[in-house]
Design a protein around this ligand. Structure first.
Ligand SMILES: C[S@@+](CC[C@H](N)C(=O)[O-])C[C@H]1O[C@@H](n2cnc3c(N)ncnc32)[C@H](O)[C@@H]1O
Length: 360
């Protein structure tokens, strides 16, 4: 059953991504965006969709237990092939989630958030996502004129938030995100936003890189050899993907200006249910096993790296239940995705806001 739900969900997300790409075709798209896929490889994504469609067809026709097993096995293998060693499952499916109730489905959504949201005072997805972003930004003490690095910016909604709020507008904004199609889309959106301003826009520099600096990457914002430093580094709902989170904490520490602060909206685990978390991560792979940590060890890692004024705020109850409730209200396919997330929650997942500073 886990394989069936998971592989069907992933195949569905791939299909949604492809459909969303088509729906967005009229919006300003760069040539690279035409190549968009869920994992960055058009062939593998096409393969998943094809296998999924054939699988669903056979399922409808036969409905026997053996055929379900065969289909789910084929889907699982094609999914694993398409993922390679990556734990980055994102496409453009989040556009559908950003569409407000009653909004014209042929028009693109007004926002492009892609996080799990902070659902304390709302049951509307974009509002919850914005609330989570603001909670993280406020936790870092980010203020107008800071030099900000936003890591894992997706298609750029957090960048637009930073640029449009006069209380937190940075003096320079740098971004790193892993998927080139997200990067191109975010770059277009930021460019259009800056053009719409009457005053000159601020300096924005966006990169399609892995969050972790590798010596072969030219111009990476976390390259320790450059003289670029940041007052605030943000990782909104993404650091659990990084290989590894601890390496990211190290590299970020080196690039914080004295007194600078890092903020992560992240997932860790209740230590009492460790083996279940390990099992779920082995199956689902969205959070790699090397990033499974408890709140306590997260804090110890931060301390070991050199951070001071460390704060860990467990906001689980205002994140997962609201997000899962929302997914379950969006039809059975999203409900299946919600079920997967519920497995993580049942295995002890905690959603946390983590902050730490570099000493003056
Ligand atoms: C849950 S989404 C959050 C997007 C955005 N922060 C938001 O709140 O809308 C996670 C983002 O992190 C990016 N990501 C995943 N692994 C990454 C990595 N190793 N390096 C850089 N970005 C990564 C994904 O592509 C995706 O855009």
């Amino acid at each position: 059953m886990p394989y069936i739900v998971y592989t069907m969900t992933q195949a569905h997300l791939a299909t949604l991504s492809t459909l969303a790409n088509k729906a967005e075709k009229t919006a300003n798209r760069s040539p690279q965006e035409v190549e968009m896929t869920i994992s960055g490889s058009p062939i593998s994504s096409f393969f998943i969709v094809l296998v999924a469609l054939v699988g669903i067809l056979i399922f409808w026709m036969s409905n026997s237990y053996t055929s379900i097993l065969i289909i789910s096995g084929a889907l699982w293998i094609s999914y694993r092939l398409s993922m390679g060693s990556s734990s980055d499952p994102y496409g453009l499916f989040h556009l559908a989630l950003n569409r407000l109730p009653g909004q014209d489905p042929t028009k693109p959504p007004l926002t492009e958030w892609l996080n799990m949201g902070f659902w304390k005072d709302t049951d509307i997805f974009p509002q919850a996502c914005r609330a989570l972003a603001l909670k993280l930004i406020q936790a870092t003490g980010c203020k107008r004129g800071d030099r900000v690095l936003d890591v894992g910016y997706g298609t750029g909604e957090s960048l637009l938030l930073l640029l449009s709020d006069s209380l937190i507008r940075p003096s320079s904004l740098t971004g790193i995100t892993s998927l080139p199609h997200h990067h191109h889309r975010a770059q277009d959106r930021v460019r259009r936003f800056q053009k719409s301003l009457e005053e000159p826009g601020i300096e924005v520099s966006l990169h399609a890189y892995d969050a972790i600096y590798h010596p072969t990457t030219v111009g990476h914002p976390l390259d320790p050899a450059t003289a670029q430093f940041f007052d605030v580094i943000l990782a909104l709902d993404c650091a659990y993907h990084f290989n590894t989170r601890k390496m990211f904490l190290h590299q970020s520490f080196e690039k914080l200006a004295p007194g600078g602060r890092i903020g992560l909206a992240d997932i860790c685990f209740d230590p009492s249910i460790g083996s279940r978390a390990w099992l779920v991560s082995s199956l689902i792979r969205v959070i790699p096993k090397y990033n499974l940590t408890s709140i306590r060890n997260y804090g110890l890692d931060m301390k070991e790296v050199g951070y001071v004024d460390i704060e860990l705020n467990d906001i689980t109850e205002d994140v997962f239940p609201g997000f899962i409730r929302f997914l379950k209200s969006r039809g059975w396919r999203w409900a299946a995705f919600g079920t997967l997330l519920q497995w993580y929650v049942n295995s002890g997942a905690r959603f946390v806001i983590v902050c730490g500073s570099r000493t003056l």
